[in-house]
Design a protein around this ligand. Structure first.
Ligand SMILES: [Zn+2]
Length: 135
């Protein structure tokens, strides 16, 4: 991952309200620092600028890696990930308790590759919901 200047990092964090723009995990409830994610990774020509950056928790960022999409598990079609700069979270995902339910092909490939509903993450979100720290 290429370096993101401190001023840009601040902008990305504030714009996202301190929440991961993929799984909505708040920075305050996270053991690791959220990171600016290149929505389109640098190796695919994505630039280090505000409209190509999204705040991501460590887990989402690591799992997304240099990928830009995947095969939709329902149709097999090649689909881009949810793009937090161009799309609205609520139109692509729905929270059912601690589970993130995808509503669209973009939602499905993002949920699959970023493993948004792996057991550990769902348990953690359940705990935060009780504490009123999530979403
Ligand atoms: Zn996340």
């Amino acid at each position: 991952m290429s370096a993101v200047p401190a001023s840009l990092r601040r902008l990305v964090t504030e714009r996202a309200g301190g929440r991961c723009e993929y799984c909505l995990m708040p920075q305050a409830a996270s053991a690791f620092e959220h990171e600016p994610d290149h929505v389109i990774p640098v190796q695919h020509g994505g630039k280090t600028e505000a409209n190509n950056l999204a705040l991501a928790c460590l887990r989402c960022n690591r799992r997304k890696g240099p990928n830009i999409g995947s095969l939709d598990p329902e149709t097999g079609a090649l689909v881009s990930f949810f793009n937090p700069r161009k799309q609205k979270w609520q139109e692509h995902f729905h929270l059912e308790g601690a589970m993130i339910q995808p509503l669209t092909p973009e939602g499905r490939v993002t949920t699959k590759i970023l493993q948004l509903n792996d057991v550990q993450r769902v348990v953690e979100r359940e705990r935060l919901i009780v504490l009123e720290l999530y979403p």
